[in-house]
Design a protein around this ligand. Structure first.
Ligand SMILES: NC(=O)c1ccc[n+]([C@@H]2O[C@H](COP(=O)([O-])OP(=O)(O)OC[C@H]3O[C@@H](n4cnc5c(N)ncnc54)[C@H](OP(=O)(O)O)[C@@H]3O)[C@@H](O)[C@H]2O)c1
Length: 192
């Protein structure tokens, strides 16, 4: 199995993703999208792995963590950090990525800002699920700019509490190189 690596995030019109170690909004429809996307696997024998920073782990209410139906991996520098049984602790992004097992289908990087940044710098990314929240919120954490190597596809939209949002999937563009001309084609071009 060669898991694909996806990022999943919701960001406002200025790229804001959170404030005071919380989400800056309450959008149940987006939470449902997050749950469905990160749980889904083609084969029910497999499950996905979610990787998150220690602070994002702490934003999840205790009753809802670990995120069910997914292998949860928490990144921290703290070797003594305690997590419930079944949750994997990793002390670097590399260690987190290596926590896959034969039952892991795909990997979802679920935040926060510091982990997204790390992944953009250090890892292969196969795709990005971005919910564009169509409003500006006060935020102190931001999502990095998506590189031009990714092309957006609109998946749908929603609205909660008067806030509109749109779901996008950014797919890695295929790099098409111009065909290399052989000696023969170069010669025939010169004759023309
Ligand atoms: N809108 C969204 O989709 C979304 C998604 C996720 C999170 N968020 C928001 O984002 C905010 C949290 O983001 P954040 O950037 O402050 O925190 P974070 O990325 O969730 O966690 C940061 C922590 O991760 C650990 N860490 C980071 N880099 C590391 C490395 N190279 N090696 C080892 N450990 C490392 C450190 O833990 P230790 O300090 O324990 O060493 C660090 O303090 C919250 O407001 C949250 O609500 C929003």
């Amino acid at each position: 199995m060669n898991p694909k690596i996806y990022l999943i995030v919701a960001a406002d019109i200025k790229g804001g993703i959170g404030l005071g170690n919380k989400l800056a909004w309450d959008l149940p429809g987006d939470m449902k999208f997050f749950q469905k996307t990160t749980i889904h696997t083609e084969n029910i024998q497999f499950r996905n792995m979610v990787i998150m920073g220690r602070k994002t782990w702490e934003t999840i209410p205790e009753a809802h963590r670990p995120l069910k139906g997914r292998k949860n991996v928490v990144i921290t520098k703290n070797k003594d950090y305690k997590v419930p049984k079944g949750v994997v602790l990793a002390h670097s992004l590399e260690e987190a990525m290596k926590s896959t097992d034969e039952r892991v289908a795909d990997i979802f990087i679920i935040g926060g800002a510091s982990i997204y940044e790390l992944v953009f710098k250090k890892s292969r990314i196969d795709g990005i699920y971005l919910t564009k929240v169509k409003k500006e919120f006060k935020c102190d954490r931001f999502f990095p700019k998506i590189p031009r190597a990714f092309a957006p596809e609109r998946l749908g939209e929603g609205e909660d509490n008067g806030v509109r949002y749109e779901f996008f999937y950014y797919k890695k563009k295929k790099i098409t190189r111009p065909a290399r001309s052989t000696k023969a084609t170069k010669r025939s071009k010169r004759r023309r």
